[in-house]
Design a protein around this ligand. Structure first.
Ligand SMILES: [Zn+2]
Length: 287
């Protein structure tokens, strides 16, 4: 079994809210995590209905209410949200207690960056995506958690291995103990890129299925999840500690926003990961 990658996120329902969790991470006390869907929110039109990102042009009050609905089951308030301005780079922020709420309002975000790491309990690290993947990391030996955003630019710049290295260097986390789950993201059949983008991946060694292959149109199919999974394996993540991407955001319009499918005018799903302070205390009590 150890050679088999774990199944990825699974869909759950709580009242009107639909969300996803990875059983791999859900089994990891003291980590709390979830990935939102577009179901159960109050936004309308192209943003319908649970858009969680401000930069989409959605109503501020709707985004706040949507975030409230998604965060409530996990015991977090929208005022606590931590987020960076995602720019498809590989900058990683170490989030500290003073950063609580930096991401709760459009003006309060951390600076530009695409990954957050922390060992501080009860800080809700968040990321936003609609086709790009969010990568959920748990380092239970520290404990610490991380959340990264990886589209084609981040993937080509080795975002996933960069987070593994960061958790190791910053906190002494052992990659062999780390758990990683990949959020829903656009699949290789739905996602095509032009020759210039493809060339970058070919030069990085990702030529051929299941990574990159020619489409009849002259464009190229790109399977970001397959590349990220290999990057993580090379970085020392054990196969049994890796939950692959098993949902395509473009193939499931009823559940997910898709930037490509909607030609840019759409909402974003939110990824959440945090260390639960009360569960940390529980762990200490046991020992
Ligand atoms: Zn697809």
């Amino acid at each position: 079994m150890e050679t088999e990658m774990k199944r990825g996120f699974q869909l759950y329902r709580q009242g009107d809210l639909y969300y996803l969790q990875s059983p791999l991470l859900a089994d990891c006390s003291p980590v709390v995590h979830a990935f939102s869907t577009r179901v159960g929110g109050c936004s309308e039109g192209a943003m319908a209905s649970l858009n969680t990102a401000f930069h989409t042009g959605d109503e501020y009050s709707c985004v706040r209410e949507n975030r409230r609905r998604f965060l409530e089951p996990w015991g977090f308030h929208p005022d606590e949200v931590v987020a960076a301005v995602q720019v498809h780079g590989v900058k990683i922020y170490q989030v500290c207690a003073a950063d609580r709420g930096r991401g709760a309002r459009p003006q309060s975000f951390l600076g530009e960056g695409d990954a957050l790491v922390t060992a501080v309990p009860d800080l809700p690290l968040t990321g936003y995506a609609a086709d790009c993947l969010l990568l959920f990391f748990a380092a239970p030996d520290v404990p610490a958690v991380a959340l990264a955003h990886s589209g084609w630019r981040g993937t080509l710049q080795n975002m996933a291995p960069a987070v593994v290295a960061d958790l190791r260097l910053r906190f002494g986390a052992d990659p062999a103990a780390m758990l990683v789950a990949l959020s829903p993201g656009i699949c290789g059949r739905c996602y095509t890129v032009d020759r210039t983008v493809a060339q970058g991946f070919i030069e990085a060694g990702w030529r051929g299925e299941p990574y990159l292959w020619a489409a009849p149109t002259g464009r190229f199919h790109l399977n970001l999840a397959a590349i990220i999974e290999q990057q993580l394996r090379h970085a020392g993540i054990r196969a049994g500690h890796l939950a692959g991407c098993n949902w395509c955001t473009s193939c499931h319009p009823e559940l997910f926003y898709s930037y490509r499918r909607e030609k840019g005018h759409t909402g974003r799903m939110m990824g959440l990961i945090a260390l639960r302070g009360d569960l940390l205390a529980g762990e200490a009590d046991k020992s």
